[in-house]
Design a binder for this molecule. Structure first.
Ligand code: PLP
Length: 442
């Protein structure tokens, strides 16, 4: 007999206090001192601390160059510019991601083409990338979604075959491995958000990494300019700007953020080992439970989930007699464990990618400079469109607490094993699950 659900009058699975297991980022006196030093030195807008952080980050990531930014959004826009994405070009990106993976293409006069995601990895589907390539495709943005490393072997082979650049959006996966090698080192250039909610969290900020000197120079020229790298002033793109930023942006990183970053980078590897241990323990406990599928790479693959940003699980409704993920989550929450259905809503269903005229072109920006209409009128990405019914958030444990993790796993297990009881009260899913700005950050 399975235990009675708390939702139906049973006792709660989770009774233990969470303590600091969800507290993130971990901020100590060392961070406070680093920030106060920047304030006392009045160097908030300086460059010395940021340059030191860039050096450390490049060393840690294993790339030749790293360039700090005011946000992950800015780093990804710059990555696209650095790949020479311009007027009339197309950028392929997954429909399931945060908008800032590629919406910035609009500001470059380019457009985006959405590709389907894989239902188990939730990352861009290489087969669909091939279908979406045209003679206008300049770049593919790959997102290691919620930590899961995308299929880089296949993606890089496709990109090479068609001579297309690859931008990795590593905002969810800092420190993650794909077949033993760090994500962010496969594509031509990578952008990372470092905002407070991410696993590598410094506060508002982002970073770009690359091994490609030309890409790095273009990135500096776009929103950093010669003052940032006076030693580069004679290089092609900085010369072209005659001392001004080519893009007209100022994207320098705030030194209170880079100061936090310099402390974070000392401890991040240790922290993600703890996260991995805790999260893998949670999923191990749920191995074989019907309806519940772990969102993590196979154990012998050499791939990891980095810091498990915004950890989620995959839901197999059919295995539970068609029970909606909404009712499933409701039952888990009643057990005392926080969860909610869905993840990012499919971007190709948002009006910004269909009808909105941002720049006054007299037509939707999505097709303002495009040589063909790339909009998805018939909504042709079936997995992305139903992703909300296939996913749910799971607790993002930051260190091991066996008892709490066991209780939390038991909350999910109870909901799954009692699905027949839940079917009797199931009201189905609402039309939309998740959101376009879905992840709540404290
Ligand atoms: C957070 C995030 C970004 C944007 O980063 P900001 O630092 O918030 O500008 C880009 N891509 C993904 C996938 C993200 O989650």
């Amino acid at each position: 007999m399975t235990e009675k659900l708390a939702l139906l009058g049973g006792t709660k699975a989770v009774t233990k206090e969470a303590g600091d297991i969800f507290t993130w980022p971990i901020i100590t006196k060392e961070h406070e001192d680093a920030v106060i030093k920047v304030l006392r030195d009045r160097s908030m807008s300086g460059m010395d601390v940021t340059k030191k952080f860039e050096e450390e980050y490049a060393k840690w990531e294993g790339t030749k160059y790293a360039l700090g930014f005011s946000s992950g959004t800015a780093s990804l826009q710059t990555a696209l510019f650095a790949c020479k994405v311009g007027v009339g070009d197309e950028v392929i990106m997954p429909s399931i991601t945060y908008w800032a993976s590629g919406l910035q293409a609009y500001s470059l006069g380019a457009t985006v083409v959405f590709a389907e995601v894989d239902p188990l990895t939730l990352c861009i589907d290489p087969d669909d990338i091939e279908k979406k390539i045209s003679d206008k495709t300049k770049a593919i943005v790959v997102v290691h979604y919620m930590g899961y490393p995308a299929d880089m072997d296949r993606i890089m082979a496709i990109a090479k075959k068609h001579n297309i650049k690859v931008v990795e959006d590593v905002s969810h996966a800092h420190g993650g491995l794909y077949k033993g090698k760090k994500v962010g080192t496969f594509g031509d250039v990578s952008g990372y958000s470092l905002m407070s909610g991410k696993s590598f969290a410094v506060g508002e900020g982002g970073i770009l990494t690359t091994d490609d000197r030309e890409i790095y120079e273009r990135a500096v020229a776009f929103g950093h300019y010669g003052r940032y790298r006076p030693d580069f002033i004679e290089t092609e793109y900085l010369k072209e700007g005659c001392g001004l930023p080519l893009g007209g942006y100022k994207y320098r990183m705030h030194q209170m953020s880079s100061a936090v970053g310099l402390v974070q980078i000392k401890y991040y590897d240790e922290q993600i080992v703890k996260i991995q241990e805790a999260m893998n323990y949670f999923w191990d406990l749920l191995e074989g439970v019907p309806g519940i599928i772990a969102h993590r790479p196979p154990k012998d693959s050499g791939s990891t989930m980095g810091g498990w940003y915004a950890a989620h699980g995959i839901y197999d409704s059919e295995a539970l007699g068609g029970l909606s993920v909404t009712t499933f989550c409701k039952a888990v929450r009643a057990e005392g464990c926080s969860t909610s259905p869905g993840c990012n809503l499919a971007l190709h269903t948002h009006p910004l990618f269909h009808t909105i005229d941002v720049y006054g072109h007299g037509k939707p920006t999505r097709i303002a400079n495009a040589s063909r209409d790339v909009r998805e009128f018939d909504k042709n990405l079936p997995i992305s469109e139903k992703i909300g019914s296939m996913t749910y958030s799971i607790p993002w444990f930051k260190h091991m607490d066996k008892e709490l993790i066991e209780q939390s796993a038991n909350a999910f297990k109870k909901a799954a094993l009692n699905y027949k009881e839940l079917l009797k009260v199931d009201e189905g899913n609402p039309e939309k699950l998740g959101g376009f700005n879905f992840f709540r950050h404290s």
